[in-house]
Ligand binder design. Structure first.
Ligand SMILES: Cc1cc2nc3c(=O)[nH]c(=O)nc-3n(C[C@H](O)[C@H](O)[C@H](O)COP(=O)(O)OP(=O)(O)OC[C@H]3O[C@@H](n4cnc5c(N)ncnc54)[C@H](O)[C@@H]3O)c2cc1C
Length: 343
C-alpha cells in the first residue's frame, strides 16, 4: 500500500491551489481528477477586488489581493511561468450618476487604492460616459495555468486521472484502493452535493455561459466590463462572459443565455463578431457568500474546500493556505467560513 500525507479530490482552483500548498511544504499526495472540464477551466480568471455593481469591496479583498502575488510567485518557482496577467479591469459607466458614485467611493479608505480617480475613454468600444479603472485588478492566464499545472502534477506522479468513488473509502484504515492517506480534502465544486460525507453542505449551483468570439480592433489591453467581461486571449480572439443562472441545472447550452451575451456584447461592440465557441460551467455558491472549509465532524481526517462562488481565483488561492494552516499548524478557522456552521 502506498502511503501519502494527502488525497485531494477535484482539480479546479480549489484542488490545484491546495495541491500547491502541499508541493510547497513538501507533503506527499495524490490528486484525483475525473477529466471533466471544470468551472475553473472555463472561467475568465479575473481577479477583481471591487464589486462592480455598486463599487464596493468585499470581505478579505485586501488579504486576497496581496496573497495572489505571493502564491503565483511560489508557483512560478516550479513551472517557470507567472500566470498573472497585469491587465486592469475597466468598468464602462452606464450614466453620469455612476461616475459620481465612483468618485465618492474612491475617497473611502478601503477603496481608494482600487478605484482610480481618473476616468478614461476607450477607443474601440461604446462608452459615452467613459470608464473607471480598477487598480490592482488582474487576470489569470487560465488555459496555460491548468495546462502547466496538470503537466507538473502528472510528471511528478501526483495526478490520478479517474473519478474518486466515495463509497470505497476505508474509514477504519484511512485508505482508498491501494493508497493510505493521513488526510483527505474534497475540492469537488458542485459535485460535492453527491458526496455522502458533506451532503449537508448547502452548495447552490449557479450556471455560467461564456463565449469565445472573433472580433477586430483592440488598441488597449484592458479587461472591459459593462454587463460582462471582455478581454483578448489571442489575435482577434476574445473571451466574453459570463452569465449567472440559479435555475437551469442542465448541462446543455441555454440559448437565452447565449442571447443575453450577444446582446451585452453588441451594446459595447457595434461591428460584426463571430461566436467561435460557447462554454458552460457551474459555480459552487453559498447563500451566505462565504467559502466552506474545515473538518468533518466525525471522520476527523476528512476535509472540504468549496463554495468559492464567483471568485474562484481569490478564494481558492487564499483559503487553500487557510485550510493548510488549520490542518498542519493548528491555526483557527474563522466561524464565517468554517463548515461547522452547517452542522
Ligand atoms: C462562466 C464563468 C466565469 C467565471 N469567471 C471567473 C472569474 O473571472 N474569476 C474567478 O475568480 N472565478 C470565476 N468563475 C468562478 C470559478 O470558476 C469557480 O469559483 C471555481 O471554478 C470553483 O472552483 P472549484 O475547484 O471549487 O470547482 P470546479 O472548478 O467545479 O472543480 C471541481 C473539480 O472536481 C472534479 N471532481 C468532482 N468530483 C470528483 C470526483 N468524485 N472524482 C474526481 N474529480 C472530481 C470536477 O470534475 C472538477 O474538475 C467563473 C465561473 C464561470 C462558470
Amino acid at each position: 500500500m502506498e502511503q501519502v500525507d494527502y488525497i485531494i479530490v477535484g482539480a479546479g482552483y480549489a484542488g490545484i491551489f491546495f495541491a500547491h500548498q502541499l508541493i510547497k511544504e513538501k507533503k506527499s499526495f495524490k490528486i484525483f481528477y475525473d477529466g471533466s472540464i471544470s468551472a475553473s477551466q472555463i472561467s475568465a480568471g479575473v481577479c477583481n477586488p471591487v464589486i462592480l455593481k455598486r463599487f464596493n469591496t468585499f470581505w478579505k479583498s485586501r488579504e486576497q489581493t496581496d496573497y495572489l502575488d505571493i502564491i503565483f510567485k511560489e508557483i512560478e518557482l516550479y513551472t517557470s511561468k507567472n500566470y498573472l496577467i497585469n491587465e486592469n479591469v475597466v468598468r464602462i459607466f452606464h450614466n453620469d450618476s455612476e461616475k459620481v458614485q465612483w468618485t465618492k467611493n474612491a475617497q473611502k479608505e478601503d477603496l481608494k487604492s482600487y478605484l482610480s480617480p481618473d476616468f478614461i475613454t476607450l477607443e474601440w468600444v461604446e462608452n459615452p460616459f467613459g470608464a473607471g479603472k480598477v487598480n490592482q485588478s488582474r487576470r489569470v492566464d487560465v488555459s496555460n495555468f491548468f495546462l502547466d499545472m496538470f503537466k507538473y502534477l502528472e510528471d511528478n506522479n501526483y495526478l490520478i486521472k479517474e473519478k474518486f468513488e466515495h463509497q470505497i473509502i476505508n474509514n477504519e484504515e484511512n485508505s482508498y484502493k491501494n493508497i493510505a492517506f493521513k488526510n483527505l480534502i474534497f475540492c469537488e465544486g458542485v459535485a460535492s452535493r453527491k458526496n455522502p460525507f458533506f451532503d449537508r453542505v448547502p452548495i447552490q449551483p449557479n450556471k455560467g455561459h461564456c463565449l469565445k468570439v472573433k472580433l477586430t480592433g483592440r488598441p488597449d489591453s484592458y479587461i472591459i466590463k459593462k454587463k460582462h467581461f471582455l478581454f483578448g486571449v489571442g489575435k482577434d480572439e476574445y473571451y466574453y462572459g459570463g452569465t449567472y443562472d440559479r435555475f437551469d441545472q442542465t448541462g446543455d447550452i441555454n440559448q437565452n443565455s447565449v442571447e443575453e451575451l450577444k446582446t451585452g456584447l453588441m451594446e459595447i461592440y457595434i461591428n460584426d463578431f463571430e461566436i467561435q465557441d460557447v462554454n458552460i460551467g457551474f459555480r459552487a455558491t453559498v447563500a451566505d457568500r462565504r467559502p466552506i472549509l474545515g473538518r468533518h465532524q466525525e471522520h476527523t481526517n476528512l476535509y472540504i474546500l468549496n463554495g468559492l462562488g464567483a471568485r474562484g481565483v481569490y478564494n481558492g488561492s487564499y483559503f487553500s493556505k487557510v485550510l493548510f494552516d488549520f490542518i498542519e499548524n493548528g491555526l483557527k478557522l474563522e466561524s464565517e467560513i468554517d463548515v461547522k456552521r452547517f452542522y
